[in-house]
Design a binder for this molecule. Structure first.
Ligand code: PNS
Length: 168
């Protein structure tokens, strides 16, 4: 049962969204009354995204269509400012392996320094998705692997189309 009025933000680049992301968003939607998926417009630590922010948002909208308390918004401000804009009291992130921990720990400290009233909450990746990442998906798709089971409907085809177009 969701706690009354509690809003969480699930932030990320989502380039592209994977079934692992959707698993975290669905689980957050069970715990919080409202979940806002925050799509980072221009990720700082990545060169250039494969999909535009609007494309990434559209994939997420389609994949979360059946979740009545989830919305999707693009942002290019500080994450904590985006959270405040939506009245969120929590940032929800998925954690896979130890390798995620170092980066997330740093982000946690930065975000806490900026807004100590916004709590970061970490959900452990479900075992079936613990190996999944957007960069891994992009790499598999580049070499023509079957990724249908790893991403929401439509994403595999869009990846295929984008990669074959870029390779022309
Ligand atoms: O791993 P991701 O998907 O690139 O994560 C993006 C995000 C926003 C969750 C992460 O960079 C973060 O927690 N940043 C906090 C600092 C901040 O506000 N940066 C500006 C983002 S537009």
């Amino acid at each position: 049962m969701a706690a009354d009025g509690r809003v969480a933000v699930c932030p990320g680049s989502y380039d592209p969204v994977t079934n692992g992301h959707i698993d975290i968003i669905e689980r957050a939607a069970h715990v919080f009354e409202r979940v806002v998926v925050g799509v980072v417009n221009q990720p700082v630590r990545k060169a250039k995204t494969l999909f535009t922010a609007e494309e990434r948002r559209a994939f997420l909208l389609q994949a979360t269509d059946k979740l009545g308390n989830v919305e999707v918004d693009v942002f290019d401000t500080l994450l904590v400012d985006f959270a405040r804009k939506h009245g969120a009291m929590a940032l929800v992130k998925g954690l896979r392996a130890i390798s995620d921990f170092e980066y997330e720990f740093e982000m946690n400290q930065l975000n806490r320094k900026l807004a100590s009233d916004i709590e970061s909450v970490y959900l452990m990746a479900s075992p079936e998705y613990s190996f999944l990442s957007s960069s891994g998906i992009r790499e598999l798709a580049t070499f023509g692997a079957d990724i249908e089971d790893l991403v929401p409907n439509g994403v595999a085809q869009a990846l295929h189309d984008r990669l074959s177009r870029d390779g022309d």
